[in-house]
Design a protein around this ligand. Sequence first.
Ligand code: HEC
Ligand code: HEC
Ligand code: HEC
Ligand code: HEC
Ligand code: HEC
Ligand code: HEC
Ligand code: HEC
Ligand code: HEC
Ligand code: HEC
Ligand code: HEC
Ligand code: HEC
Ligand code: HEC
Length: 298
Amino acid sequence: MPSDSRLGRDPGTRWEILRSARWMAFAAGVICLCLGFWGCVTRVPPEPGAQKDVSALYDIKIEPLKPHDCAQCHPQIYSLVKNRGGRHRIDCRRCHVQFHMYRPGKVPYEEVIPKCSSCHGPVHGKELAECSGCHTEVHAPMNIPAGRALEQGCSVCHPDVDREMKTYITQHTDLYCISCHHSRHRYVPECQECHQPHTRGMTQADCLTCHRPHKALQVVYPADMSSEACTGCHRDAYEALKQSNTKHTAVSCTKCHLEKHRTFVRCSECHPEAHGAAMLQKFSTCNQCHGTAHSLYK
Ligand code: HEC
Ligand code: HEC
Ligand code: HEC
Ligand code: HEC
Ligand code: HEC
Ligand code: HEC
Ligand code: HEC
Ligand code: HEC
Ligand code: HEC
Ligand code: HEC
Ligand code: HEC
Ligand code: HEC
C-alpha cells in the first residue's frame, strides 16, 4: 500500500499533488479557451436545420440586369450610351437579348452580337445596306465618322449638292466631299483651313457672303458690300478711282458692279438724261468724252 502510506504519511507530498491538480485544471481552462477561439475562426458549419432563417443573401427576388448593373463591368459602354446613345438609350438587353455567349472557336462573335435588321428595315434604301460601315459605333449611332463608307452615300442623300458641284465646275469639284467635310458627318469646314483671306480680317461669314462652297466661282455679294473686299485683287481700279478724285470716287465698287462678280451697270442706268438725245446719237459711247468710269474726264 505504497500510495496510501505516502498520502497518509507525508503532508509535503500531498501538497505537491494538490498543486499539480491545480495546474492541470488551469491548463485545461487555457485549452478550452483556445478551442473556443479556434471555433470562432473556423466556424463549424451548423447542423442542417440548426439555423431556422435562410441566409439574407439568398432571400432576394431575382431581377433581370438593368443597364446600371451592366455598367459595373462595362463602364465605358454604359457612359457612351448614356451620353451619346441618342435614341439608342434603351435597355441594353433589348439589343443584347443574349450575351456572354461568345466562345472563341465554338460560338462565333457574329452570332452573339445583335443585328440591326432585327429592329430596322432598309432605312436609306437598298444602296446603303452596310449599316456599320457608317454607324461605326452602335452605342453612339449618330456619331458618324467621315470615311470611305460615308463618302459613298453623300450623293445618295444629298443629290442636290452633288448635282451643283458637277454643274459649276471648279477645282472644288475634283475634291472628295470628305476633304472638306472631314472628321465626322455634318462637320462644316472653315475656308481658312485651306485658304488665305483676300484681305486681312476677313471672317468665315465674309467668305460665305461672296462664295457658295459648292459653286465657288459664282461669286455674288450684296450691294452694300464694302469696297475694301475688292481692293485686295483690284488695286489698280481702286487707285485709279482714288486719284481721279471725281464724284465716282465716293461711289462704291458694288454699286457699278452690282451683285454678281464681273458684271457692269450701264452709265445710262444712273445717268438717264445726262445729255440730249441729239448729242448722244452722234457718239456711240460715253467714254469717248469721259474716259473710263474709274478715271473720268469731267
Ligand atoms: C441598339 C442596340 C444596342 C444597345 C442598346 C446596346 N448595345 Fe451593346 N452592342 C450592340 C452591337 C450591335 C454590338 C456589336 C458591335 C460590334 O462589335 O460591331 C454591341 C457590342 C457590345 C459589347 C461588346 C463589344 C465591346 O465593345 O466590348 C458590349 C460589352 C456591349 N455591347 C455592352 C452593352 C451595354 C452594357 C449596353 C447598355 C448600356 C449596350 N451594349 C447597349 C448593340 C447594342
Ligand atoms: C460581372 C461583370 C459583368 C457584368 C455585370 C456584365 N458583363 Fe458583359 N462581359 C463581362 C466580361 C468579363 C466580358 C468578356 C470580356 C469583354 O469582352 O469585355 C463580357 C462580355 C460581354 C459582351 C461581349 C461578348 C459576349 O459574349 O456577348 C457583351 C455583349 C456583354 N458583355 C454585354 C453585357 C450586358 C448587356 C450586361 C448587362 C445586362 C453585361 N454584359 C453585364 C463582364 C460583365
Ligand atoms: C433592339 C432593337 C434595335 C437594334 C438591334 C438596333 N436598333 Fe437602332 N434604333 C432602335 C430604336 C428603338 C431607335 C429609335 C428609333 C425610333 O424611335 O424610331 C433606333 C434608332 C437608331 C438610329 C438613330 C439614332 C438617333 O439618335 O436618332 C440609328 C442611326 C440606328 N438606330 C442605327 C442602328 C444600327 C446601325 C444598328 C445595328 C448595328 C441598330 N440601330 C440596331 C432600335 C434598335
Ligand atoms: C453611307 C453611310 C450610311 C449607311 C450605310 C447607313 N447609314 Fe444610317 N445614317 C447615315 C447618316 C449620314 C445619317 C444622318 C445622320 C444625321 O442626320 O446627322 C443616318 C441616319 C440614320 C437613322 C436616323 C434616321 C432618322 O430619320 O432619324 C437611322 C435609324 C439609321 N441611319 C439607320 C441605319 C441602318 C439600319 C442602316 C443599315 C440598313 C444604315 N443606317 C446605313 C449614314 C448611313
Ligand atoms: C443616309 C443619308 C446621309 C448620308 C449618307 C450623308 N448625309 Fe449628310 N445629312 C443627312 C441628313 C438627314 C442631314 C440633316 C439634314 C437637315 O437637317 O436638313 C444631313 C446634313 C448634312 C450636313 C449639314 C450640316 C449642318 O449642320 O448644316 C452636311 C454638311 C452633310 N450632311 C454632309 C454630308 C457629306 C459630305 C456626306 C458624305 C461624306 C453626307 N452628308 C452623307 C443625311 C446623310
Ligand atoms: C471646298 C470644300 C467643300 C467641299 C469639297 C464640299 N463641301 Fe459641302 N459645304 C462646305 C461648306 C463650307 C459648307 C457650309 C456652307 C454654309 O454654311 O453656308 C457646306 C455645306 C454642305 C451641306 C449643308 C448645306 C447645304 O448646302 O445643303 C451639305 C449637305 C454639303 N455641304 C454636302 C456636300 C457634299 C455632298 C459634297 C460632295 C459632293 C460637298 N459638300 C463638298 C464645303 C465643302
Ligand atoms: C479642304 C480644303 C479646302 C477648303 C476647306 C476650301 N477649299 Fe477652296 N480650294 C481647295 C483647293 C485644293 C483648291 C484648288 C486650288 C488651290 O490649291 O488653292 C481650291 C480652290 C478654290 C477656289 C478656286 C476654284 C477654281 O476652280 O479656280 C475658290 C474660289 C475657293 N477654293 C474658295 C473656297 C471657299 C470660299 C471656301 C470656304 C467656303 C473653300 N474654298 C474651302 C481646297 C479647299
Ligand atoms: C467680296 C467678295 C469676296 C469675299 C468676301 C471673299 N472672296 Fe474669294 N474671291 C472673290 C472673287 C471675286 C474671286 C475671283 C473669282 C474669279 O476668278 O472669277 C475670289 C477668288 C477666290 C479664290 C480663288 C483663288 C484666288 O485667290 O484668286 C479663293 C481660294 C477664295 N476666293 C477664297 C476666299 C476665302 C477663303 C474668303 C474668306 C476669307 C473669301 N474668298 C472671301 C470674292 C470674294
Ligand atoms: C480674289 C480676287 C478677286 C476679288 C476679291 C475680286 N475680284 Fe474681280 N476679278 C478677279 C479676277 C481674277 C478677274 C478676272 C480678271 C481678268 O480676266 O483679267 C476679275 C474681274 C473683275 C471685273 C472685270 C470683268 C471683265 O470682264 O473684265 C470686274 C468688274 C470685277 N472683277 C469687279 C470686282 C468687284 C466689284 C469686286 C468686289 C466686290 C471684286 N471684283 C473682287 C479677282 C477678284
Ligand atoms: C461709277 C461706276 C464704277 C465704280 C464706282 C467702279 N467701277 Fe469698275 N468699272 C466700271 C465700268 C463702267 C467699267 C468698264 C470700263 C469702263 O468703261 O470704264 C469698269 C471696269 C472695271 C474693271 C475691269 C477693267 C479695269 O479697268 O480694271 C474692274 C476690275 C473694275 N471695274 C473693278 C472695280 C473696283 C474694284 C471698284 C471699286 C474700287 C470699281 N470697279 C468701281 C464702273 C465702275
Ligand atoms: C451706279 C450708278 C452710276 C453709274 C453706273 C455711273 N455713274 Fe456717273 N455718277 C454717279 C453718281 C452718284 C455721280 C455723282 C452725281 C452727283 O453727285 O450729282 C456721278 C457722277 C458722274 C459724272 C460727274 C463727275 C464729277 O465729278 O462731277 C460724270 C461725268 C459721270 N458720272 C459719268 C459717268 C459715266 C460716263 C458712266 C459710265 C461709264 C457713269 N457715270 C456710270 C453714279 C453712276
Ligand atoms: C461729246 C462728248 C460727250 C459725250 C459723248 C458724253 N458727255 Fe457727258 N459731258 C460732256 C461734257 C463736256 C460735260 C461737262 C459739261 C456739262 O456739264 O454739260 C459732260 C457732263 C456730264 C455729266 C455731269 C453733269 C453734271 O451735272 O455735272 C454727266 C453725269 C455726264 N456727262 C454723263 C454722260 C453719259 C452717261 C454719257 C454717255 C451716255 C455722256 N456723258 C456722254 C461731254 C460728253
